[in-house]
Design a protein around this ligand. Sequence first.
Ligand code: TYD
Length: 347
Amino acid sequence: MPDLSNAVLMVCGGAGFIGSHFVRIVRKYHPTTRIVIYDALTYAGNLTTIQDLLDEQTTFVHGKIQDSTAVEGAITANEVTHIVNFAAESHNDRSILDSGSFIQSNVFGVYVLCEATRKLGITKFVHVSTDEVYGSINEGKFTEDSPIMPNTPYSSSKAGGDLQARAHHITYKTPVCVTRGGNTYGPYQYPEKLISYFTVRLLMGKKVPLYGEGNQVREWMHVEDHARGILAVLLHGEPGGVYNVGDENERPNREIVRILLEETGRGDDLVKRIEDPRKGAHDTRYSMTSNLTRALGWKPEKDFETELRNTVRWYRDNEWWWQPIIAKPEYTDFIRNFYGKYLGEDL
Ligand code: TYD
């Protein structure tokens, strides 16, 4: 039985959305595991997200995964035994504006972590990726054996990281697993994704930009289910293995918007249907099986509608977290640059 009780776990990107929930889950189920949150605090990572977590068990190191000296220094200084990597540039729309930083973090950064794992004798490294590397599927479901066919600058950068992990395992036997998660929602998600962005805008009474008619389908999973799936792979995954983590809860965007309108008490007049800014790169449907992760003992537990409504309530009750974030230039500049021409005076 794998054991984390004496482990020192470095959680790269632990001040971001899924990474911070992962830290919470590890603290709950493995209270003796030491955790080092390693985070560059880019626009999407915030100390306010983890301020209640830092103590003797959980410490923070500021650094980028692309910086091999900083990564290896943090591993050596803290006697790290395990690594889970959430650090990534993760927003498709930002990658359409400029994808250079995506290659730096999502490809080169993963290479640095693979090298550190190999050189410093890390017991296991789990790299967190996405179902988007498979591309879009109109019917049926992807499995871990499906070809990698990414369509966007973001998803192709994630695919590049996955392939670095694969090659490292095949070439050097580096003990690395890859997880590919579905779309994820919940508290502390940076307010730029469909659910988090629309929720804060609707709470403020602002219009939300729905791309086209909202017919695209995504597989939505609560962040705690996602974090538990990654933990199952850390504990039981086969080195070199790829594990899909999704709960087969498929919804078109327009249905998400309907629930958000209901829960925020807003009307359809706040939905602005805009020409699709993703153009050719807008994937129609993501869908995959997650049987390999289920075989490790994991299953998703959260009911979608209940938790989506709870998530809206969390944003309503926690303006202290998101109001300062949406006031920063790194947020307002992106919203203006990306949505300006579509939202006009409704920006
Ligand atoms: P998003 O949350 O960005 O995740 P991903 O692109 O990784 O699936 O987008 C989810 C869906 O919502 C996608 O089909 C695009 C759509 N969408 C909008 O219609 N309007 C928006 O402002 C955003 C951010 C997304």
